[in-house]
Design a protein around this ligand. Structure first.
Ligand code: ATP
Length: 365
């Protein structure tokens, strides 16, 4: 096993810079997840680590070895893609054994390792089947198993669950986590699914437009996002962003206003008359008949209900400020009976407000 260190890795194509100055170090045995919107450079970073892509700048180390220019097959990494890529003419057992045979392992050892891996992924009963006789979820387990069987130094996973249906995806995600706890191979995992990122990661790397936005453990990134992009990317439903003008006492949002909490005013000394982006997560908004705990400092907005989405345990509500059209998402209890067109008062926990610079997006508070 080994740590993986990227120092200023850049990859330029003729007309685009896919990734720029990427620097991070995954310690030996940890599970790191790269997240970000489509095209932000996640796969390019992973492929560069695997040796399937050549960086145009920077250094990559696996363990203490500089890997620039080292071919993929000599890197001792295993990569799993979203489309499985199993060998169709081979059985599951042969697929699992393939990487080991290529490395001239003894027959007995190959058989033992295939059996162990198959047991740990619960695919022992499928060993004699061909890939086309398997479901998508089973194929994906075989693909994972083939990578695990090699016992690589580093495990690279590119959206490995994205072709699975919701239930299977949840199950496989939990199994992956267990598996990592058992084998402890250094793992870098790419996804655009923030639930996967939050649940699997020791550390999350959030990327946007080829650059690292923030690195941190899931709870910390959620609680203290470095900027508006990170704040809105992690969390479902996402954090609400309200454009507001600071007047010295209140944040003015169209015709409505929210008092500026004392602590915020004291700490930030915001310039009056300037516009900021306020952030508030849906879970920090209450609606009648719920009332906020007395000790909370809260502000009120009147909204018009726009969309109601029952989820069973709770209801997601999309509202709009009637004059300005600003959208506010929040959650209501399962017994809430609001309908589109209703007007209602929502209460926002002012101690949970974020303030972002509306130009740079940087978190100010
Ligand atoms: P997705 O989530 O959609 O898979 P991603 O975050 O993995 O996206 P990359 O595939 O790494 O993103 O691509 C990053 C950027 O580099 C994109 O703008 C993409 O168009 C560009 N890019 C990737 N490969 C090439 C290439 N071979 N030639 C030119 N541009 C490329």
């Amino acid at each position: 096993m080994a740590n993986v260190r990227l120092q200023g890795i850049t990859r330029r194509f003729t007309n685009t810079t896919a990734i720029e100055n990427i620097t991070f170090e995954v310690p030996d045995g940890e599970f790191w997840v790269m997240v970000g919107p489509s095209g932000c450079g996640k796969s390019t970073i992973l492929r560069t680590i695997a040796g399937l892509e050549t960086a145009t700048g920077g250094n990559l180390y696996i363990g203490d070895t500089l890997m620039n220019g080292v071919p993929a097959r000599a890197r001792d990494v295993a990569m799993v893609f979203q489309n499985y890529a199993l060998y169709p003419h081979m059985t599951v057992a042969e697929n699992l054994a393939f990487g080991l045979r290529m490395r001239s392992f003894e027959k007995k050892m190959v058989r033992e390792r295939v059996e162990t891996v198959a047991r740990s992924l619960d695919i022992s009963h499928l060993l004699d089947r061909k890939p086309k006789q398997l479901s998508g979820g089973q194929q994906q387990r075989v693909a994972l198993g083939r990578a695990i069987a090699r016992q690589p130094q580093v495990f690279l996973l590119d959206e490995p669950l994205s072709n699975l249906d919701a239930q299977l995806r949840d199950d496989t995600r939990a199994e992956l986590k267990q598996l990592h706890q058992k084998v402890g191979i250094t793992t870098i995992y790419v996804t655009h699914d923030q639930v996967e990122a939050m649940t699997l990661a020791d550390q999350i790397i959030v990327l946007n437009q080829g650059r690292i936005q923030q690195i941190g453990d899931p709870q910390n990134i959620y609680a203290r996002p470095a900027n508006r992009m990170v704040a809105t990317f992690l969390g479902s439903p996402p954090m609400n962003i309200l454009s507001a003008t600071y007047t010295g006492e209140v944040f003015q949002i169209g015709n409505e206003s929210l008092p500026c909490p004392f602590a915020l005013r004291n700490k930030l000394k915001l310039p009056e008359g300037k516009t900021f982006d306020l952030g508030i997560r849906p879970e920090h908004i209450w609606i009648e008949p719920q009332t906020p705990p007395e000790e909370k400092e809260y502000g009120q907005l009147v909204i018009e209900v726009h969309v109601v989405e029952p989820l069973g345990r709770e209801i997601l509500v999309r509202g709009r400020l009637p004059e300005s059209g600003v959208v506010v998402n929040f959650q209501a209890g399962a017994d809430w009976r609001g309908r589109p067109g209703d007007r209602l008062t929502i209460q926002l926990d002012l101690n949970q407000l974020f303030v972002f610079d509306s130009t740079t997006g940087d978190t100010l508070y």
